[in-house]
Design a protein around this ligand. Structure first.
Ligand SMILES: [Zn+2]
Length: 491
């Protein structure tokens, strides 16, 4: 069965096929680097990391472009407000480029910890000003934009005569207008829904460049159109981002692509894919509600809503446990549950490594493997795929204890599926560290000493050893003939 993906543009799941196989071009809107990476960043990055990993697993040669927005993203949605980078530079009393570098580095650090692969190309908006100017010029030549006082705006009314505006978001301009505050006060724009391609800069504005229209800086939307098309051509295969970017950002990108390249641009990308947002205990995440949680706070446990710090894989697991198009509700309990679930699967995996093959199988592997991949092919349903691993986790102890049997071939297939899906495609990391081997040996030794103490009826010593093991996060599973151990929460 082929991979199907939900296309926001057509509002249905469609079989994925690249425009130029085996190549796949994928562009995902990256962070505006003016603050610490938060849970929303983590979810988007992990979602598209899994898609990137899976496309590569399927044999495609993927060029994955994820940008860094380091200029032009204003606080308001309608071309007003301060540039987010400049505001941060003013508050921290540093240069705008220091802001961009500082928060780009923090973003990389957080995403590396979450085992998110770096994209093939990570272009910055400030590094692609000529491409943006060229695109704006061509849009002007086609008659879909106008210049006022050194700023350039896309003429949505003119565009609408030739193309549908609102096709991605399903928004209707008339309704938008009815809901908007007033028609006046839009300054130099012809219509309130027009948006800036280029903004004139005051002499004191810190980030500005020469252009055919005078000194200024690019609008946020043109950056992504220019950078994606520069590296991937138009149309390309996949454009991704968070749900909150559909309007106006992605709607504007489609308009710019058509206005520049005509109908050939074909909505800029074949598939438009959007991940849903993170809520915090049922509420929208926002700085004003005080529930804005950074990735670093999850790791250290320093946010008031968290009881303790959690390792990066707990957060990655939490994200994977929800389908990317569902909301993900974050809480200390949900994260703790994800951490336990992650440990449970990793314990099962380490147990699986110790299973010995038999001459024949009493356990079905190939049909289970097919169901796992069917889940991934069904619009990347990582939640359903993980559920299938949980169902199996219980059977692995039985396989280990010889209550269920596997042939060499089946055992290899089972192990291969665990490794391919959990580590290669879902990007989880096994319980391993430099100390892991030594730690394992010490635990095994302690477990054996406890067994010996019990055999000698020295129950005081046996209980003491069990309590000490529990304290370092080792859970014991006593069977009549042996004691198995697992890594518990505190390890
Ligand atoms: Zn973008």
């Amino acid at each position: 069965m082929p991979l199907t993906l939900y296309n926001t543009l057509t509002r249905q799941k469609e079989p994925f096929a690249p425009l130029n196989p085996p190549y796949v071009g994928m562009y995902v809107c990256g962070p505006t680097v003016y603050g610490d990476p938060h849970l929303g960043h983590a979810r988007a990055a992990i979602t598209f990391d899994v898609l990137y990993r899976y496309l590569r697993y399927l044999g495609y040669r993927v060029r994955y472009v994820r940008n860094i927005t380091d200029v032009g993203h204003l606080e308001g949605d309608t071309d007003e407000g301060e540039d987010k980078i400049l505001k941060r530079a003013r508050l921290e009393r540093i240069e705008p480029i220091e802001v961009a570098q500082k928060y780009t580095a923090l973003y990389h650090k957080a995403m590396d910890a979450l085992n998110v692969l770096r994209p093939s190309i990570e272009p910055t908006a400030t590094g692609h000003i000529p491409q943006q100017i060229a695109m704006i010029q061509r849009i002007l030549e086609q008659g879909y934009a106008y210049v006022v006082n050194g700023s350039v705006y896309l003429d949505v009314e003119k565009y609408r005569q030739d193309y549908p505006y609102g096709i991605l978001s399903g928004r209707n301009i008339e309704e938008l207008l009815a809901g908007s505050r007033e028609l006046e006060g839009q300054g130099e724009k012809k219509h309130p829904w027009d948006f800036a391609l280029w903004k004139r800069a005051e002499p004191t504005h810190l980030m500005q460049w020469d252009s055919p229209w005078g000194r200024g800086y690019p609008g946020w939307h043109i950056e992504c159109s220019a950078m994606s098309i520069h590296y991937l051509g138009v149309p390309f295969d996949i454009h991704g981002g968070g749900l909150d970017l559909i309007f106006p950002h992605h709607e504007a990108e489609i308009a710019q692509a058509h206005a520049c390249f005509g109908k050939e641009a074909h909505y800029q990308a074949r598939f438009w894919i959007h991940n849903n947002l993170v809520t915090i205990e049922g509420q929208k995440m926002s700085k004003s509600l005080g529930n804005y949680i950074t990735v670093e706070e999850v790791f250290t446990g320093s946010h008031p809503r968290l009881v303790q710090g959690y390792p990066p894989m707990a957060l990655r697991f939490l994200v994977l446990q929800a389908h990317y198009r569902s909301t993900l509700d974050f809480s200390n309990e949900a994260l703790r549950g994800a951490y336990r679930a992650y440990l449970r699967l990793m314990n099962a995996y380490h147990r699986l490594l110790q299973v010995r093959p038999h001459a024949y199988s009493t356990y079905m592997v190939s049909s289970w493997r097919e169901r796992v991949f069917a889940a991934l092919d069904d619009d990347l349903n990582t939640a359903a795929a993980l559920a299938l691993f949980f169902q199996q986790a219980d059977d692995i102890i039985k396989l280990y204890r010889g209550e269920l049997l596997l042939s060499q071939v089946d055992l290899e297939l089972l192990l291969k599926t665990w490794q391919e899906v959990l580590f290669e495609i879902l990007g989880l990391l096994p319980l391993q560290s430099v100390e892991w081997e030594r730690w394992q040996r010490l635990v095994q030794l302690t477990v054996r000493l406890r067994q010996q103490a019990r055999a000698e009826k020295n129950f005081a010593l046996a209980d003491c050893l069990r309590d000490e093991l529990q304290r370092v996060g080792v859970k014991l599973l006593d069977f009549p003939d042996e004691t198995l151990w697992e890594v518990g929460e505190r390890a």
